[in-house]
Design a protein around this ligand. Structure first.
Ligand SMILES: [Zn+2]
Length: 233
C-alpha cells in the first residue's frame, strides 16, 4: 500500500550543532547497509549571496558531499526516475532554502504538495538537514509543515557561545538550541523583532552568528540594536 507521505526525518538546530554531520552519518549508515539514495541541495549558491535566509552560515570547512546534486527546486528532483532505478530514499541539505521562490517569497503548501507527490511516486524515506525557526529566527514554512505533518524532528544542540566576560573567554557554554546574529564591529546583537525574514541583497560582511542558550537569546534591549537592512561595506 502506498503511504500518503514518506517517512521524513529532519535534523535541525543552531550553528555547530552537527546537523550536517548527522545527515552524513545517516548516509554512511545506508551506504553500509547497501540502501541506495540520492542527495540534493538548493542550487542557489549562497556563497554568491543571491539569496540567503537569515541564519545561514557558510562554514569555512563546508564540504559538499561528492554525490550531492544541486537543484533549483524540490519539484526538479526526478523522483519517478529515482524509483525506477530502485532509489526510494532522498537526502536534502540546507533544505529550508527550498522553501522560497525566486523572488524570495515563501512558497506556501510546498511540503504537503511535494511529499505527497513523492510518496505517490514511491519515495519511502527523506532525511533533511538545516536550520529551523528556533535556530535562525526565520519562519521556515517547510520546517513548520514538517512538524505539522508528523516528520521526526531531531533537534541537535550546541554550546552557547555568548561571551560572558565581554569578548574574552570563557563563553557561556550552556546547551544552545538557538542561533543569534550580531554585528562583529561592535559585538551588539540585533533585536530579533527587527530582523527581516530573508537577508537583504549583498553579502553582509559584518554579520556573525553564534549558538546561544535561551538566556542569551533573549537579551534586554540595552544589549541589542535594530537590524539595519541597508548596511553596506
Ligand atoms: Zn548562554
Amino acid at each position: 500500500m502506498t503511504k500518503v507521505l514518506p517517512e521524513v526525518t529532519v535534523y535541525t538546530g543552531p550553528m555547530g550543532a552537527g546537523k550536517t554531520t548527522r545527515l552524513y552519518g545517516k548516509m554512511g549508515e545506508l551506504t553500509h547497509l547497501g540502501v541506495p539514495y540520492e542527495a540534493y541541495r538548493p542550487g542557489v549558491d549562497v556563497r554568491e549571496v543571491v539569496i540567503a535566509p537569515r541564519g545561514y552560515v557558510v562554514s569555512a570547512n563546508e564540504a559538499l558531499t561528492p554525490n550531492c546534486t544541486a537543484v533549483e527546486a524540490l519539484g526538479d528532483i526526478p523522483v519517478e526516475e529515482l524509483v525506477r532505478r530502485g532509489i526510494k530514499t532522498i537526502f536534502l541539505e540546507e533544505w529550508f532554502m527550498f522553501g522560497f521562490d525566486q523572488q524570495r517569497r515563501p512558497i506556501s503548501g510546498l511540503y504537503r504538495e511535494i511529499m505527497g507527490r513523492w510518496a505517490l511516486a514511491g519515495i519511502e524515506r527523506v532525511y533533511a538537514a538545516g536550520l529551523d525557526q528556533g535556530a535562525s529566527g526565520n519562519q521556515f514554512g517547510l520546517v513548520l509543515d514538517a512538524r505539522r505533518y508528523g516528520a521526526k524532528v531531531v533537534v541537535c544542540t550546541a554550546r552557547c557561545a555568548y561571551p560572558v566576560n565581554g569578548e574574552r573567554d570563557p563563553k557561556c557554554g550552556r546547551v544552545a538550541r538557538n542561533s543569534q546574529i550580531y554585528d562583529v564591529r561592535d559585538n551588539r546583537v540585533f533585536d530579533m523583532e527587527t530582523l527581516p525574514d530573508l537577508l537583504p541583497e549583498g553579502l553582509r560582511l559584518n554579520d556573525r552568528y553564534r549558538a546561544v542558550c535561551t538566556e542569551h537569546l533573549l537579551l534586554p534591549s540595552e544589549q541589542t540594536k535594530p537590524f539595519d537592512p541597508m548596511q553596506t561595506e
